[in-house]
Design a protein around this ligand. Structure first.
Ligand SMILES: NC(=O)c1ccc[n+]([C@@H]2O[C@H](COP(=O)([O-])OP(=O)(O)OC[C@H]3O[C@@H](n4cnc5c(N)ncnc54)[C@H](OP(=O)(O)O)[C@@H]3O)[C@@H](O)[C@H]2O)c1
Length: 272
């Protein structure tokens, strides 16, 4: 990325996180430009990150090697149609918009190398995980550029087929909310068992954080980690047996299928 010039279309939450992450990784402010219709947003991003921010998309993308489209999915079509006349064939487009397929994007912008990404909310803290899909026109160098770009806000995984982006959406895109739900439910259960709410909440939050750290850093798969903390006839076993008797795995599978299905459905609607 030492010479890559990057332009952001839309300078909201996701763009600002990526910009902050790139600068922290040593990309120079002069390599980055952004564009946003909001005067306040432009002033904020310039003040926070020291990059040039424009009101006009065409100005922002001039000379860019990589153009990151970071507007809301509903604004994507208008933005792409507007960009079309200003794009140069070698410019890599990176879309972080949820639910907009490469077919729709290429229909709007014309033939262009394109990487479609599905980041998740913890990216705003640099702790995200993003699924990336590259279209055929993307070169190895551009793939590397997209990888380094999204790595600025977390972990990157590549998928081979675009349909897998719906599965990524179901697992990690929507995933943070599942953990929030579990934290909520564990907090409520802790309160019912007699703990003050703040105490139950802290216990639930930090248990999820600690368990995630163990799952990520131990090199041991989750099933084995679970077995190791589940002594026969112990307290954990009592809870796990209760979860499984109530069909925990099936509940999770059904919920993720619903998310993947909705992702495909939304792609169809937003692509119109
Ligand atoms: N935030 C997340 O955690 C997250 C996670 C996964 C994926 N994403 C994806 O990231 C994208 C951006 O999300 P976000 O949370 O960063 O949204 P956001 O904070 O609303 O930022 C989008 C920015 O784009 C601006 N914009 C609107 N129309 C524009 C145009 N024609 N040209 C240039 N800029 C324009 C908006 O300005 P106005 O507000 O004035 O319209 C806003 O400042 C979405 O597609 C979303 O699906 C976000």
């Amino acid at each position: 990325m030492s010479k890559t010039r990057i332009a952001f279309i839309g300078a909201g939450n996701m763009a600002a996180s990526l910009i902050g992450g790139l600068l922290a990784k040593g990309v120079q402010a002069a390599q980055i430009r952004a564009c946003d219709p909001g005067a306040e947003t432009r002033a904020k991003v310039t003040a926070e990150h020291g990059i040039e921010v424009f009101a006009d998309n065409a100005q922002a993308i001039q000379d860019a090697d990589v153009i990151v489209i970071a507007v809301k999915p509903q604004a994507m079509k208008a933005v792409c149609l507007d960009l079309r006349q200003h794009l140069k064939p070698h410019q890599l487009l990176v879309s972080v918009a949820a639910g907009i397929t490469s077919a729709s994007l290429l229909n709007w912008v014309g033939q262009q190398p394109l990487v479609r990404c599905m980041p998740n909310t913890p990216a705003l803290l640099g702790k995200g995980v993003s699924g990336l899909f590259a279209t055929d026109a993307v070169t190895a160098e551009q793939r590397q550029q997209a990888d380094e770009l999204l790595s600025a806000v977390g972990i990157v995984v590549w998928v081979e087929t675009e349909a897998q982006i719906d599965a990524v959406t179901a697992v990690s895109g929507s995933g943070p909310a599942y953990f929030f739900l579990l934290i909520e439910a564990m907090t409520d259960a802790g309160v019912k068992l007699g703990l003050p709410r703040e105490v139950a909440e802290q216990l639930a939050q930090h248990t999820s954080l600690g368990a995630a750290h163990m799952a990520v850093s131990s090199g041991i798969d989750a099933a084995e980690l679970r077995r190791r903390v589940t002594s026969p006839a112990g307290t954990t076993e009592a809870a796990i047996k209760s979860f499984q008797a109530d069909g925990f795995e099936a509940i999770v599978e059904k919920a993720l299928s619903a998310a993947a299905h909705r992702s495909a459905e939304m792609a169809e609607q937003l692509g119109q």
